[in-house]
Design a protein around this ligand. Structure first.
Ligand code: AMP
Length: 192
């Protein structure tokens, strides 16, 4: 199996690149942000709780997202592999993911991290907010909060995967096509 953690701060381009990668490598895309937004749209109990945190740019509790990922991995038994997008976001989530995959006799192949500076991120998110309909992309204050959450809780995962020799940084500035090519080259090197 090819199991990729596509990593990077909000606005790094994880969603867009995941869509390209799943087509090229025949993988299943698991985005906790997308799953949460569909729970919010359906007004489930989980969605209503999560929305309060999402609207403030805060992370939802680990056990909520871990449970979501477990059930999605379970329901895709014959997958070639997964792109994890926006998950894991904390060390507890990364540990739970390792344990879940080990139970399935597989593991994370590699973390690919899209690297983009803060000014570019804020610019991209505000632009996206104009047509994505996402409340959390429209307000500069909330964007700052999301980047703060990323820096304090999520950025340490770089060290987590580095210590397993599974970290690859990718320059996340450029056209969508250029960045896709960098990601594909990295995957081909790993699988060669
Ligand atoms: P995203 O679409 O990945 O930017 O996620 C949007 C929002 O959903 C985040 O700001 C969090 O509130 C929540 N969220 C998504 N994924 C996670 C996760 N793995 N852990 C905690 N909260 C998450």
């Amino acid at each position: 199996m090819l199991n990729i953690v596509l990593f990077g701060p909000p606005g790094a381009g994880k969603g867009t690149q995941s869509e390209n990668l799943i087509k090229k490598y025949n993988l299943v895309h698991l985005s906790t942000g997308d799953i949460l937004r569909s729970e919010v749209a359906e007004k489930t109990a989980l969605g209503l709780e999560a929305k309060k945190l999402m609207d403030q740019g805060l992370l939802v509790p680990d056990e909520v997202v871990i449970g979501m990922i477990e059930s999605k991995v379970d329901s895709n038994k014959n997958a070639n592999g997964f792109i994890f997008d926006g998950f894991p976001r904390t060390t507890a989530q990364a540990e739970a993911l390792d344990q879940l995959l080990a139970r399935k006799n597989t593991s994370i192949t590699r973390m690919l991290a899209l690297e983009v500076n803060n000014d570019e991120l804020t610019k991209r998110l505000l632009l996206r907010g104009k047509d994505s309909g996402r409340a959390d992309d429209r307000n500069e204050e909330i964007i700052r909060k999301r980047i703060e959450e990323y820096n304090s809780k999520t950025a340490p995962l770089k060290a987590y995967y580095s210590s397993q020799n599974k970290f690859t940084g990718i320059n996340g500035i450029g056209s969508i096509e250029e960045i896709f090519e960098r990601l594909s080259d990295a995957i081909e090197k790993i699988t060669a």
